[in-house]
Ligand binder design. Structure first.
Ligand SMILES: Nc1nc2c(ncn2[C@@H]2O[C@H](COP(=O)(O)OP(=O)(O)OP(=O)(O)O)[C@@H](O)[C@H]2O)c(=O)[nH]1
Ligand SMILES: [Mg+2]
Length: 456
C-alpha cells in the first residue's frame, strides 16, 4: 500500500472564485504547514479552518492569502491525513502552490488517486467510487438521483446480501464435499431452492438495468418508417439544423446518419435511416439493411408515418416487422397539411405506444415529441424503489453471476458431481464481488480509476 503524499488542484481548470489544492498521505498536514504561515503556534486541530499565507519557504515569497483545513486520519475523504488549501481561483497561482508543495515532498496525484485511496482504505466500495464519477458528470435530475443512490451504497448493500446468501450455499456444498462421511452427500433438492431464489433476485435487479444504462450512457433512438414520410426532416427538426438531405423523392436517404443531442440532460444518439420498402436498387437495399440493424440495436424506435396518406395498411405491416420488445413512439408527420388523427390501426399492435402528431417542416409538436421520447424510455422510475444497475460493468457481472447459478442448478438436477456445482457457485460469487470490489483484481480497479479526473 502506497503511503506517499499526493497533491493536486481539486477545482476545475480556469479562473474561479476559489481554487483548492488538496494533499493526502501520512505527513500531508506537516508538509502543508511548511508552506503556510498563520498567527499563533497552537497545534492544528482536525476539521478547523485556519487563515494565513501560502509562502514559498525557499524564497519567503508570499504566494497568496488562503485558508487551510486539516483532516486527521482516518476522518477524511481518503481515510489518510488530508490537507486542503483554499486559495484564490487563479490557474497560474494554483500551479505555483502545487509546485512548491511538490518541491517539498508531495508528488502530483494520478487521475482518481484520491478516490482510489479512499477505496483501498475502505471509505467506500468500488461501486460507490464509480458513483463519485457519475455524480460529477450528472446532467439531469434522473442522473443525479441514480448516482446518489449508487453513492449511498443502496446497490452495494443489495449485492452484498445476495453475495452473503450465495456464500452460505457455497459453504454448505463444500462442507458436504469435505465431510461427506460425517454429514452425508449433497442433497440436490435442498440446494436447488435457494439457488433458484438467488436467480430470481438477480432477475429483479436486471429488470430495470436497461433504463439504468440508458440513463447513464444515453439512449440510442432510431427513426424508422416508409420512404418519404419525413424521417430525415424529423432528424433535422430535432437537431435544429439541416443535417440530412431532404427531397420529395422516395428513397432519398441511403446511409444511416447518426447525430447526438441532449433532451433535458439525457444524451440521445439519433439515427436517420433509409425508408423501408421492397427495392431493386442495390444501394438502397444496403441502406434498408442498415435501417433494420439500427432498429434492432435501438433503445427506442420513432416510427414515422405520413398523416396525409390515408392508407395505414403498409405502415401497419411494416410496424409488425420491427423488434416487438423495443419501446416505440408512433409519430404522425405533416400535420400542417391535414388534421391530426390518431392511428388506431397502428395502436392495435402497440396499444401502449406513445403517439404524437408533428410537422417536421414547421416544428409543430417537436417539443411534445421530446417529452414522449423521455416518457417512452421510462427513466423517471429509476432509483425510486430498488437499486438500479446503471453501469454496463455491473449489469455484465450480474448477468454472468446468473449464468453460473443457472449452470450450477442444471448440474444439480443432472446429478453431476458436487464439486462441479461448487465451482459454478464460486464463480458466481466472484462475479458479484467484483461489483463492490470485494473480489476485483488490481487491473480492473486501475481501469476504473483511470477514467477519473485529476484531483478527485
Ligand atoms: N408539408 C410537410 N412536408 C414535409 C414534412 N416533413 C417532410 N416533408 C416533405 O416530405 C418529403 C420527404 O421528406 P424526407 O425528410 O426526405 O423524408 P424521408 O422519410 O427521409 O424519405 P426517405 O429518405 O426517402 O426515406 C420532402 O419533400 C419534405 O419536404 C412536414 O411536416 N410537412
Ligand atoms: Mg430520408
Amino acid at each position: 500500500m502506497r503511503t506517499d503524499i499526493i497533491a493536486a488542484i481539486a477545482t476545475p481548470a480556469g479562473e474561479g472564485a476559489v481554487g483548492i489544492v488538496r494533499l493526502s498521505g501520512a505527513g500531508a498536514i506537516a508538509l502543508t504547514e511548511r508552506v503556510f504561515q498563520r498567527r499563533g503556534r497552537q497545534p492544528l486541530q482536525s476539521h478547523r479552518v485556519y487563515y494565513g499565507a501560502v509562502v514559498d519557504p525557499d524564497t519567503n515569497e508570499v504566494l497568496d492569502r488562503a485558508l487551510l483545513i486539516p483532516f486527521f486520519a482516518p476522518r477524511s475523504y481518503t481515510g489518510e491525513e488530508v490537507a486542503e488549501l483554499h486559495c484564490h481561483g487563479s490557474p497560474y497561482l494554483l500551479r505555483r502552490v502545487l509546485d512548491v508543495l511538490c518541491r517539498h515532498g508531495a508528488r502530483p496525484a494520478e487521475p482518481g488517486e484520491f478516490t482510489l485511496r479512499a477505496f483501498l482504505n475502505g471509505k467506500l466500495d468500488l461501486a460507490q467510487a464509480e458513483a463519485v464519477a457519475d455524480l460529477i458528470r450528472a446532467r439531469s435530475d434522473a442522473q443525479l438521483r441514480s448516482a446518489l443512490a449508487l453513492h449511498t451504497g443502496k446497490l452495494s448493500q443489495q449485492v452484498q446480501r445476495l453475495s452473503d446468501a450465495l456464500l452460505a450455499i457455497v459453504a454448505q456444498v463444500e462442507a458436504h464435499l469435505d465431510f461427506s462421511e460425517e454429514i452425508g452427500e449433497v442433497n440436490p433438492d435442498a440446494l436447488a431452492l435457494p439457488i433458484q431464489t438467488l436467480i430470481e433476485q438477480l432477475d429483479a435487479l436486471l429488470k430495470d438495468a436497461r433504463t439504468g444504462r440508458i440513463l447513464r450512457e444515453g439512449a440510442r433512438v432510431a427513426i424508422v418508417g416508409r420512404p418519404n414520410v419525413g424521417k430525415s426532416s424529423l432528424l433535422n427538426a430535432l437537431l435544429g439544423e439541416a443535417r440530412a438531405i431532404v427531397t420529395d423523392i422516395p428513397g432519398t436517404t441511403r446511409d444511416a446518419i447518426e447525430e447526438s443531442f441532449l433532451i433535458e440532460g439525457l444524451p440521445v444518439t439519433i439515427m436517420d435511416t433509409a425508408g423501408l420498402r421492397e427495392s431493386a436498387d442495390v444501394v438502397e437495399q444496403l441502406g434498408i439493411e442498415r435501417a433494420r440493424r439500427a432498429a434492432e440495436h435501438a433503445d427506442l424506435i420513432l416510427f414515422v408515418y405520413d398523416l396525409t396518406m390515408p392508407d395505414r395498411e403498409a405502415d401497419r405491416r411494416l410496424l409488425r416487422t420491427l423488434p416487438a420488445d423495443t419501446p416505440k413512439v408512433l409519430v404522425g408527420n405533416k400535420v400542417d397539411l391535414c388534421a391530426s388523427s390518431p392511428a388506431p390501426e397502428l395502436l392495435e399492435t402497440h396499444p401502449t405506444a406513445e403517439t404524437v402528431s408533428i410537422s417536421a417542416l414547421t416544428g409543430e409538436g417537436i417539443d411534445a415529441l421530446k417529452q414522449a421520447i423521455l416518457r417512452a424510455l421510462q427513466l423517471s422510475r429509476v432509483g425510486e424503489e430498488t437499486a438500479t444497475l446503471t453501469h454496463t460493468r455491473h449489469i455484465y457481472a450480474v448477468q454472468q453471476a446468473q449464468q453460473h447459478l443457472k449452470h450450477a442448478l442444471e448440474s444439480l438436477q443432472m446429478h453431476l458431481p458436487p464439486d462441479l456445482v461448487a465451482v459454478d457457485l464460486r464463480s458466481a460469487w466472484l462475479e458479484l464481488g467484483a461489483i463492490t470490489g470485494a473480489t476485483a483484481d488490481e487491473e480492473l480497479i486501475h481501469r476504473i480509476f483511470r477514467d477519473f479526473c485529476i484531483g478527485k
